[in-house]
Ligand binder design. Structure first.
Ligand code: UDP
Ligand code: MG
Length: 337
């Protein structure tokens, strides 16, 4: 892997640094996949060695009970290319991936499933695409080998919804096989089932995103950890993402505007009712319009104050975490000698 993925402060000819920082970190969330692991480790190692890439494999055990953790610990003692991160209990795939990101030190990061459904042989192709100047390359399981009704259909709907709402136009958000530039991953915070929204989160962070068709195999061992219930959680996360994308830095633009419109309508109705009472002596106490006017006014004030509060919360969010409201791709300046 050449200069493209090397952060500015590291020099490419610095032998020491390139010995420590591998070209790629492969992050694998693992829950009860003990039969697949030996094959998986071998497949990753042989592909990356053949492509002459330096690499590390970070397997995150997410509370397995089938001996996966013990196997990984034992292998990590023998294999210099493997880091085993063992979580205390089961936290879910997203948390396991986040843990893997934390321990990954490579210039590029690959994520893939432990169950051999993704094919490690696709890794070099994704990395090559990353080199063309993308920050995220997402796999697209064109030939997906999962059950039609319980998996493919919900996934089709979810993909359509995510595509419509996040303005990241890729086909397959759920594919775990993805390649990231390391700096991008460092900027993203993961929660919930958000790993399938990583492209959308990356888009919020200003990343250049593309996709590549990848192979997909049927599960060989064990069972899928998910059922139809995942669809609901994905939908809730979609709402969060939508909110983050639109309002993260300017909640007052939304709530303030809504509040203002509501207050103006309420005031207008109030004035109208006052006029017909005072000037024409009509009784307004029994008019539904009066209730509407009051409701609009109260709602308006509430939305407005909610917007102000949201501004405060957002400021705290950005400032307490040292998260600026922008992301710099690069800085160019002429060197003065
Ligand atoms: N996984 C995990 N924690 C969980 C559930 C799943 O780390 O709570 C891992 C699992 O071991 C696999 C990947 O996440 O490597 C994807 O899971 P699975 O194959 O069950 O999902 P599917 O491919 O059916 O969508
Ligand atoms: Mg799977």
């Amino acid at each position: 892997m050449r200069s493209g993925l090397i952060p500015d402060r590291l020099s490419e000819d610095d032998g020491l640094i390139s010995a420590i920082v591998p070209d790629v970190s492969v992050v694998v969330p693992v829950r009860d996949e003990v039969e697949s692991l030996p094959l998986l480790l071998e497949a990753i190692a042989s592909t990356l060695t053949a492509s002459q890439l330096s690499y590390e494999i970070i397997c995150v055990d997410d509370g397995s009970s089938d001996g996966s953790a013990e196997f990984l610990k034992e292998q990590a003692q023998i294999r210099p290319d493997l880091k085993a991160v063992i979580l205390r209990r089961n936290y879910g795939q997203t948390a396991a991936m986040a843990a893997g990101f934390k321990y990954a030190i490579g210039k590029a990061i690959i994520t893939l499933d432990a169950d051999l459904q993704n094919d490690p042989a696709d890794i070099p192709m994704l990395l090559a695409k990353l080199e063309e100047g993308y920050d995220l390359v997402s796999g697209w399981r064109q030939n997906r080998q999962d059950g039609a009704l319980n998996r493919l259909l919900p996934s089709k709907i979810a993909n359509w919804l995510i595509r419509r709402t996040t303005s990241v136009y890729i086909h397959d958000y759920g594919c775990s096989l993805k390649a990231y530039r390391a700096e991008l991953v460092a900027d993203m915070n993961l929660y919930g089932e958000l790993h399938r929204f990583l492209p959308a989160l990356a888009y919020i962070e200003g990343a250049r995103i593309t996709e590549l068709p990848v192979r997909h195999h049927a599960r060989r061992f064990g069972q899928s950890k998910y059922g139809i219930s995942r669809t609901f959680r994905v939908l809730m996360d979609l709402l969060t993402i939508l909110f983050m994308k639109k309002f993260l830095t300017r909640p007052m633009h939304v709530f303030g505007l809504l509040g203002l419109v509501s207050m103006i309508l309420g005031t207008g109705l109030g004035i109208y009712l006052t006029i017909i009472k005072l000037a024409f002596g009509e009784i307004i106490g029994n008019r539904p319009l009066l209730i509407l006017a009051v409701l609009l006014l109260v709602t308006g004030v509430q939305l407005f104050s909610f917007g102000l509060l949201a501004e405060l919360v957002m400021r705290t969010y950005h400032e307490s975490q040292g998260r600026p409201i922008y992301r710099v791709r690069e800085v160019v300046a002429k060197k003065v000698n």
